[in-house]
Design a protein around this ligand. Structure first.
Ligand SMILES: Cc1cc2nc3c(=O)[nH]c(=O)nc-3n(C[C@H](O)[C@H](O)[C@H](O)COP(=O)(O)OP(=O)(O)OC[C@H]3O[C@@H](n4cnc5c(N)ncnc54)[C@H](O)[C@@H]3O)c2cc1C
Length: 500
């Protein structure tokens, strides 16, 4: 038994979802934020495009709602979508009140436009909105006396008592295993992009929340709806660097090796068609032309405009000798966003009492079969705040034990973990990515089972995070593949060429 360190609320993850929850509830109790790397290591930090909100003069939430439902192919939960779009302007105002510095045109917010949006409604900070947003919430968290942050602390299990989640077990760097108890746990662990060989997600995106929730018995849904970003850099020195959709919003065109603007062959919305259509078009064009990439051409814009609108992209690509005001950018699709996840209601409540989820790990129902661009930072804030409002409105006092048994965990040697993870990423990229087939999915299912067995057979090794992440990736991959096998029609992001 080890002692239970008591807080009022526990947050797992320090991206926008976790820190929005922490900030929203910290005036009502002691909050413990546990995060496995540095506080800023997150998908949030890398978001380029922005935050969707109907704040423009010619916009209103009904239009944002319609665009979200169209992108989601009608599989969205309508109540969740309405909740999201109606709360979008206040979520943006909340960030501004904390000090977020968004682009302005005089007094007005300068709004971008992205694929699938019928209006200019993307609130942004040049092409590094995520960096600005994360900077803002991290600063606010550091200034709040009720919030304690444990960095380099890896959550290994959720603690359950009588079917209720009462805390987490974590390996805290330098201190070893500790158990934390609270009346509610917010799971905000982000995505699982590292299931795939090519992803825009940083190294922390290993589906840990899916693994933790699965082991605890929570309901997990719709993991087959995996979004691939159509345009990530194809370059050996800078893998998977994202070229934001806003580049296409500014008139960037896609060209094949022959220089032809091939989107004319695929969709009348051309480069601004939804991401799944653009990604499939690129994959099909690469196959037709037998090439490893296509090109994104933004050379029609004046150099100064490119440098002020896309400073990060301009500088990064310049460092590898690509001058994007003169050169076309070689691009390929890569995994980008997981629409499915741990099922929640509009207050972030999962199927397990005491356990809440928000952000990319959650399946709130807002995305349906496909996510509308720039709806995810918004989703992270809106549902995290909603969870905090529900929790503070209710009397949730739970009797916590003084000590608890540390749940079992198994690490394998890191070299084996690296090998298993690589095999998983290869099979997932090959058989469960943009275009799937019946045979390919069955092959992936078999390979995943084989990898699980191999992990279980290997000798136990001392604690390290890599193997536990690999285990979580295997669980996440299993949900993706099983979900894809069960889905019998092509819809949104799920595309099986045998179903045509
Ligand atoms: C390159 C890129 C560009 C994007 N652009 C946009 C955009 O323009 N607009 C938009 O709306 N969305 C965008 N997205 C998506 C968006 O950034 C994410 O969906 C969102 O930031 C997710 O926030 P989150 O808080 O749920 O997760 P994250 O920000 O990923 O945070 C997860 C946190 O959980 C921690 N964690 C994970 N596992 C554990 C564990 N076992 N123990 C402890 N801590 C753990 C991680 O370290 C991290 O701190 C983009 C994503 C990427 C990768």
């Amino acid at each position: 038994m080890i002692p239970l360190e008591k807080f009022d609320y526990i947050v797992v993850g320090s991206g926008l979802a976790g820190l929005s929850f922490a900030l929203s509830i910290a005036d009502h109790g002691k909050v413990c934020v546990i995060t496995k790397a540095e506080i800023t290591d997150s998908n949030t930090q890398w978001a380029q495009g922005g935050i969707a909100a109907a704040v423009g003069e010619s916009d209103d939430w009904h239009l944002h709602e319609t665009d979200t439902l169209v992108a989601g192919a009608g599989l969205n939960d309508q109540e969740a979508v309405r909740f999201l779009v109606q709360n979008a302007p206040s979520a943006v105002e909340w960030l501004i009140s904390l000090g977020a510095n968004f682009d302005h045109n005089g007094e007005e917010l300068s709004l971008g436009k992205e694929g699938g949006h019928s209006r200019h409604r993307i609130v942004k900070h040049a092409d590094k909105t995520g960096w600005e947003v994360e900077r803002t919430v991290v600063e606010a968290v550091h200034n709040h006396p009720n919030i304690s942050v444990f960095e380099r602390s890896f959550v290994t299990s959720l603690l359950l008592q009588g079917g209720r989640c009462i805390g987490v077990a974590a390996h805290v760097d330098g201190l070893g295993f500790r158990c934390f108890g609270a009346q509610a746990v917010m799971l905000a662990t982000g995505g699982c992009g590292r299931v795939y060989q090519h992803t825009t997600n940083p190294r922390v995106a290993t589906g840990d929340g899916i693994g933790l929730a699965h082991e605890a018995g929570a309901e997990i849904l719709e993991m087959e709806f995996m979004q691939f970003h159509p345009t990530t850099l194809y370059h050996p020195q800078m893998r998977s660097f994202l070229i934001t959709e806003a580049v296409r919003g500014h008139g960037g065109t896609l060209r094949n090796h022959l220089g032809r603007r091939f989107m004319y062959d695929y969709d009348e919305r051309l480069e601004l068609a939804p991401r799944d259509i653009v990604a499939r078009a690129i994959e099909s064009e690469m196959r037709k032309q037998s090439t490893w990439c296509v090109y994104l051409d933004i050379t029609h814009l004046p150099s100064q405009e490119i440098q002020s609108e896309f400073p990060t992209i301009y500088e990064k690509l310049k460092s590898i000798d690509l001058e994007i005001d003169r050169d076309w950018i070689p691009v390929v699709p890569a995994q980008h966003y997981s629409c499915g996840g741990v099922k929640t209601d509009i207050h972030g409540q999962t199927s397990i009492p005491g356990l809440f989820a928000a952000g990319e790990v959650a399946r709130t129902g807002v995305h349906g079969a496909n996510r509308l661009a720039s709806n995810s930072l918004l989703e992270a804030m809106v549902f995290a705040k909603s969870a905090s409002e529900k929790l503070t409105a209710e009397d949730n006092k739970v009797e916590l034990p003084e000590a608890i048994d540390l749940p079992a965990w198994k690490c394998i040697p890191e070299a084996d973990s690296v090998r298993i993870r690589r095999s998983l990423q290869n099979i997932m990229m090959k058989e469960a990515a943009i275009v799937r087939t019946n045979d390919g999915l069955l092959k992936a299912q078999k390979e995943i089972e084989k990898l699980f067995k191999e992990y279980e057979r290997l000798p136990r090794a001392p604690f390290s995070t890599h193997p536990l992440e690999t285990w979580n990736l295997l669980i996440a991959a299993k949900y993706v593949v099983n979900g894809a096998i069960k889905r019998t029609e092509n819809i949104g992001l799920h595309y099986n060429s045998d179903l045509l």
